[in-house]
Design a protein around this ligand. Structure first.
Ligand SMILES: NC(=O)c1ccc[n+]([C@@H]2O[C@H](COP(=O)([O-])OP(=O)(O)OC[C@H]3O[C@@H](n4cnc5c(N)ncnc54)[C@H](OP(=O)(O)O)[C@@H]3O)[C@@H](O)[C@H]2O)c1
Ligand SMILES: [Zn+2]
Length: 350
C-alpha cells in the first residue's frame, strides 16, 4: 500500500524509531523518542530520550551536531518519532529549541497524546513558519509510545498478562514447581522484565515457587516486585522479601515488620476493588507498566475484571496431564511466534 510519504522520509523516521528503542525500559512512563537531523541526505545529528529528567531526543540530536555542521542547521530537517513537546517540564520545550536553531522542516511520526502537547507542539511550530509533516509510519510510531499513551489516557498502568501453559492447558501443578517453556523463552521473559516498571504474582505462586522475579538473563534493570499477601503470613525468607531488592507486599492488615528495608508494606482492603485500587496506587507512583506473571487465580481476576491491555502466552512443548488449569482468554491472538519448540501468542485487549 502506498503511504503518501517518500521512501526517504520513512527511512529517517525508521532511524528515529531505532534510536527511540535504545531507551526501552528506562523511558516508561515517559515515551521513548528518537530524533534525526538530516542535511542534504546526510545525518548530521542524532539523539534519543534517555529517561526521566534527562534531556529530550531533539536536544540530544542538536547537541550531537558537529561544530563544522552547525551552519547547516538552518537548511536541515529534523525527523522525530513523536511530536516535539511545547511545555516546560524537567527541561525547556523542544519547540523553542527548534525555533531557536531555525530548523525549517520537522517530520513527525505521531502526535503526543500528553494533554499539554496533543497537537499544540505542531501548531506552535507552524505558527512560526516551520513546515511540519506528520503521520509518517504513524501506526509504528503509536506502537512505540503505547505505554505512554495508556498512562496519560487511562491514568492506570499498561497491564501485560504473561503465563506459560502446557500442551494440555495446565499452568502448573499443586505443591510443586514445574517448568513449561524452553531457555530462549525464559531469556525473552527476562528481557520483558527489563522493559517494564513492575511485576506481580499471587500469594500461592510466591509461596510455592519462591520466584525472584528479577532480570538475570538480559541486561538492564529489575522491575519493582508486587506480591499479594492478604493475611501477612508469607514466609519472610522468600526471595521476594529477603534478597534486598524492592518489593511491595500488599496486605489487608499489617501485623509484622520486615527486618529488610526493601519490603514496602501496603494496606489495601481485599474487596472487589482490590486490583483497581492497586492499579490506582501504582499510577500515583508513576508506574506505567505492570507485568502479571501468575498464577492462574490472579491472572483470571485481571481477565474477569477486564483490567488488562495485552497478554503474552507461551505454549510449551510438554504435557502435564493434571494440575492447575491455565486462565481463559476469549479474544483471538493478534500475533503468533515460534521460539524453538514453544509457541508465543500475543493478545491485545480492545
Ligand atoms: N506457568 C506459568 O506461567 C505460571 C506462572 C505463575 C505461577 N504458576 C503456577 O501457578 C500455581 C499457582 O496458581 P494459583 O492460581 O494457585 O495461585 P496465585 O494466583 O499465584 O495465587 C492465588 C492466591 O492469591 C490471592 N489472590 C489472587 N488474586 C487475587 C485477587 N484478585 N484478590 C485477592 N486475592 C487474590 C489469593 O490468596 P488468598 O486466598 O491466600 O488470600 C489467591 O488464593 C503454581 O503451581 C505456580 O507454579 C505458573
Ligand atoms: Zn521535548
Amino acid at each position: 500500500m502506498k503511504s503518501g510519504f517518500s521512501k526517504k522520509q520513512e527511512l529517517y523516521i525508521r532511524r528515529a524509531f531505532d534510536l527511540a528503542r535504545l531507551s526501552e525500559g528506562s523511558a516508561v512512563p515517559n515515551p521513548m523518542v528518537g530524533a534525526v537531523i538530516v542535511f542534504q541526505n546526510r545525518i548530521i545529528g542524532e539523539g534519543y530520550f534517555k529517561g526521566f529528567g534527562k534531556s529530550h531526543a531533539e536536544v540530544n540530536a542538536v547537541t550531537n551536531v558537529k561544530e563544522e555542521d552547525r551552519q547547516y542547521l538552518t537548511q536541515s530537517e529534523i525527523y522525530v518519532s513523536l511530536e516535539p513537546c511545547n511545555f516546560f517540564g524537567k527541561t525547556p520545550p523542544c519547540t523553542s529549541l527548534i525555533l531557536k536553531t531555525k530548523i525549517p522542516r520537522v517530520i513527525i511520526s505521531t502526535i503526543d497524546k500528553t494533554p499539554q502537547v496533543s497537537g499544540n507542539g505542531i501548531e506552535l511550530l507552524r505558527q512560526n513558519g516551520v513546515e511540519v509533516i506528520t503521520g509518517v509510519l504513524e501506526k509504528d510510531g503509536d506502537e512505540l509510545v503505547k505505554y505512554r499513551t495508556n498512562y496519560v489516557e487511562r491514568e492506570s498502568p499498561f497491564v501485560i498478562l504473561k503465563y506459560a501453559k502446557s500442551k494440555d492447558g495446565f499452568i502448573g501443578q499443586e505443591n510443586k514447581s514445574v517448568w513449561i517453556t524452553n531457555h530462549f523463552s525464559k531469556i525473552l521473559v527476562h528481557k520483558w522484565r527489563s522493559e517494564i516498571n513492575a511485576i506481580m504474582v499471587g500469594t500461592n505462586t510466591a509461596r510455592q515457587d519462591n520466584p525472584k522475579l528479577t532480570n538475570r538473563l538480559y541486561f538492564g534493570k529489575n522491575p519493582l516486585r508486587i506480591v499479594l499477601d492478604r493475611r501477612d503470613d508469607l514466609p519472610e525468607d522468600l526471595h521476594l522479601f529477603s534478597d534486598g531488592l524492592p518489593t511491595w507486599q500488599i496486605t489487608e492488615n499489617i501485623t509484622r515488620t520486615f527486618s529488610k528495608k526493601n519490603v514496602i508494606q501496603i494496606e489495601i482492603p481485599f474487596d472487589d476493588f482490590l486490583l483497581k485500587n492497586l492499579l490506582k496506587k501504582l499510577h500515583e507512583e508513576k508506574i506505567g507498566t505492570l507485568l502479571v506473571e501468575g498464577g492462574a487465580k490472579l491472572l483470571q481476576s485481571f481477565i474477569d475484571q477486564n483490567l488488562w491491555q495485552e497478554a503474552r502466552i507461551f505454549e510449551g512443548n510438554k504435557y502435564l496431564k493434571n494440575g492447575i488449569l491455565a486462565p481463559q482468554i476469549s479474544v483471538t491472538p493478534n500475533e503468533e511466534f515460534k521460539i524453538e519448540n514453544d509457541t508465543l501468542k500475543i493478545f491485545q485487549n480492545g
